[in-house]
Design a protein around this ligand. Structure first.
Ligand code: ZN
Length: 191
């Protein structure tokens, strides 16, 4: 288990579509070590999630965990989730203007339209297939991580270029208003 270097936007491994994980190999020491490194690296960087290709592993898996997050204090809690070969389908047309940051895009923030009602399915770290619906703000986190596996980072999806700003500017001028929008979404959906 170790904290790994996080690749930054423009790196070819981040820009490429990630490869499916062989399901029969999920329990192998190799894949289990990837997962441990992803969790360690995410927690060390106070991230809300991290995809394997962010630490140079070009396969389709990511981890998510939110609990009193320092980078995103308004985010509702999400228990530690390891999603291997995930799939997402959209359950409605409703979207939310999600202001996002990324460990691979240091110091920057931007607003991205995300669906707020999705169904997810994936294999967990024991190789067990899971599927459930995710609604509200947590759905945005799932879509952000899933995008990484397609080689897409949030700046590629920024809808209003004027929203692209430094982390410090966001915190000083925009975070309070944005946190109110997130709270309304969380009140509506519970997550
Ligand atoms: Zn990211």
């Amino acid at each position: 288990m170790s904290v790994r270097e996080i690749l930054q936007i423009g790196h070819p491994v981040l820009a490429a579509r990630a490869i499916e994980v062989e399901v029969s190999g999920i329990n192998s020491p190799r894949v289990q070590a990837w997962i441990d490194d992803m969790i360690d690296t995410m927690r060390d960087a106070n991230g809300a999630g991290i995809a394997a290709n962010q630490i140079g592993i070009p396969y389709r898996l990511f981890v998510i965990e939110v609990e009193n997050n320092l980078r995103y204090p308004y985010k509702p809690a999400i228990p530690l989730t390891v999603a291997i070969n995930p799939r997402i389908t959209y359950l409605s047309e409703e979207t939310f203007a999600s202001n996002e940051g990324c460990l691979s895009v240091p110091q920057m923030r931007g607003s991205v339209d995300r669906y707020v009602e999705i169904a997810v399915s994936y294999y967990d770290r024991k190789g067990i297939h899971q599927s459930f619906d995710v609604r509200g703000y947590s759905a945005c986190t799932w879509q952000h991580e899933y995008d990484h596996l397609e080689g897409i980072l949030f700046p590629h999806r920024v809808t209003n270029p004027q929203s692209y700003c430094s982390w410090a500017v966001f915190k000083e001028y925009h975070q309070a208003d944005f946190a109110e929008e997130v709270n309304k979404l969380v009140e509506k959906w519970g997550t």
